[in-house]
Design a protein around this ligand. Structure first.
Ligand code: NA7
Length: 535
């Protein structure tokens, strides 16, 4: 009998995901003369910006910085319209990149990678998809994103609601019209904080179910001033250089002083200045924000006071006031979030001590109180950092799965490779600065680093690269040690996997900052990729 299966396609690399990471990886591989195919589950490119189409979705790092810098022509020619680009503009930018660099011919859309199995004898990855495609590639590069596996909470009766339900991370492409509708929304993280003011303006009524209040600072979004844009473009290289010297890989005009070295008056001025600047510049206020409890309390109290000033009803204001460490969960930047609770058509329901009991056909119940809606929104986040990887059956040398290996928390060397999985790379993987930085800049660094490794292997006629167990153990220890020295290790955030029931609580991203991380990567390369076994 003949083999009816589709013939195996042979490539240098398979790249999984066509977001910021996968697209640049494809471009880079081509520049280096390698053949590659990108496999993407969505019907279009864009990753995060393809899926997260909820009302109000926009980036919270300034667009002039949250963009590729690998092409001078691209960054000079593209015109951002607002300080923080809305989702549609980001998607237009990504589609422009696809077209400009002729990427689409090597992207296979509407296709999900099901398995990636390493064939030790041939040092190749055998990749299969839900469309029955088979690829054989020397390298498998996971560009699957940090926040792309939607978390649907395990609430009794979740499928019984008779109206439409939406997850912010899987929003319908045609948009949703909430006019005249009673809407319920579960969650008050970044996505909800952007969506709530927009939905409240449109819907007849909005009920927000809040488990944990979130710290948020005003984004102060505005149309971009042409003079400012011209100035940035004239000095783009300098801005990018400054940004790369920052902990977060974007320019927050960081204050290098710790609050402990400042007078009470100086601290007050700095806090007000940061509040007026808007957005995540707030991170840059004090060098000891994430390591000194007293500094953190002071910043937290400042923001708590601002919340109290914004929300008219004192009981609602109290519920909206976070009690945890400032920036312990991802800091949010909002437009009129707290003010939205002053509207007559918005109700805040606290579910911190009494969780949602059940979702029923008309709505949901908390304790014995029922809330009825026409539509229900889940702004309940993602199985972060490992969720998308765990959905793929990834088997390394000896047939071990990555999921099993990571069952007690992800283990990587530099967030790039995991021992026992040769020639497999993760872009912005766990153990790299990723979500603590400007993602686009971190992605570019990883893509270029992976490209360099692959080129190096070609030059030295090497067939396999794998992290050594010793290097990986030392890196994981370092990642944990750095996290343990900060205040953010202590709360129930997605950084720790605490939002997913049953997930091991391990601090996943590297919180040592972008510059020391890059320095470490460069040192590793300079020493002939020390910590990697090359064959
Ligand atoms: P987040 O930040 O993880 O927020 C999810 C929200 O949903 C958060 O308020 C959660 O409360 C809440 N949640 C999750 N599960 C439940 C259940 N079962 N019941 C009630 N409430 C629940 O996701 P986002 O999409 O907003 O943002 C993700 C990132 O995107 C963000 O950090 C930025 O980096 C951009 P909790 O806080 O866990 O008590």
């Amino acid at each position: 009998m003949s083999d009816q299966r589709t013939p195996t396609q042979t490539l240098d690399a398979v790249v999984v995901g066509a977001g910021f990471a996968g697209l640049y990886m494809l471009h880079r591989l081509r520049q280096l003369g390698f053949s590659a195919r990108v496999i993407e589950a969505g019907s279009g490119a864009g990753g995060t910006w393809f899926w997260n189409r909820y009302p109000g979705a926009r980036v919270d790092i300034e667009s002039m910085q949250y963009s590729y810098q690998f092409s001078e022509e691209l960054q000079q020619e593209w015109q951002w319209s607002e300080r923080y680009a809305p989702q549609a503009e980001l998607l237009a930018y990504i589609n422009h990149v696809v077209e400009r660099f002729d990427l689409a011919r090597d992207i296979q859309f509407n296709t999900r990678v099901v398995s990636a199995v390493f064939d030790q004898a041939g040092s190749r990855w055998q990749v299969t998809t839900d469309g029955d495609d088979r690829f054989s590639a020397r390298f498998c590069i996971m560009a699957t994103g940090c926040l792309s596996a939607a978390n649907k909470p395990d609430i009794k009766g979740i499928d019984s609601f008779k109206g439409p339900t939406y997850h912010t991370g899987e929003w319908p492409h045609d948009g949703v019209d909430f006019t005249g509708k009673r809407v319920g929304i579960i969650g008050t993280g970044s996505s909800a904080i952007q969506a709530i003011p927009e939905i409240a303006r449109q819907a007849a009524h909005l009920t927000v179910f809040q488990r944990t209040p979130t710290f948020s600072v005003p984004a102060r979004n505005a149309p971009l001033d042409p003079e400012y844009v011209a100035n940035v473009k004239q000095n783009y290289a300098a801005l990018r250089k400054t940004a790369k010297q920052q902990f977060v890989a974007f320019d927050t005009k960081a204050n290098e002083r710790a609050a402990t070295d400042m007078s009470a008056e100086e601290i007050k001025v700095e806090l007000e200045r940061r509040w007026a600047m808007g957005g995540l510049n707030f991170y840059g206020g004090f060098a000891d924000l994430l390591v000194n409890q007293h500094t953190n309390d002071m910043v937290a109290d400042f923001v708590r006071e601002k919340i109290a000033q914004k929300v008219k009803n004192p009981a609602t204001a109290a519920l909206l006031t976070p009690k945890v460490i400032f920036a312990c969960k991802r800091l949010c930047a909002d437009t009129d979030y707290f003010e939205t609770y002053n509207r007559d058509n918005v109700l805040l329901v606290d579910i911190s001590t009494t969780p949602i009991a059940e979702i029923a056909s008309e709505g949901l119940t908390v304790a014995d109180k029922a809330y009825a809606f026409d539509a229900l929104v889940f702004a309940t986040g993602f199985d972060a950092m490992t969720g998308s990887l765990n959905k793929i059956d990834i088997r390394g040398s000896g047939g071990n799965t990555l999921k099993e290996k990571w069952s007690a928390g992800p283990r990587t060397y530099l967030g790039l490779c995991s021992a026992g999985f040769p020639n497999l790379f993760t872009i912005s993987g766990p153990g790299s600065p990723s979500v603590f930085t400007n993602m686009v800049t971190s992605i570019e660094q990883h893509v270029e680093y992976i490209g360099d490794i692959i080129a190096y292997m070609g030059k030295h006629k090497l067939s396999a690269i794998d992290a050594t167990k010793e290097a990986e153990d030392a890196w994981v220890d370092h990642v944990n040690e750095v996290a343990g020295g900060t205040l953010v290790n202590s709360c129930s955030s997605w950084y720790l996997g605490a939002n997913i029931p049953g997930k091991q609580r391990v601090f996943m991203p590297y919180i040592g900052g972008f510059p020391p991380y890059v320095e470490k990567c460069n040192e590793v390369a300079k020493n002939g990729y020390e910590g990697f076994a090359l064959k």
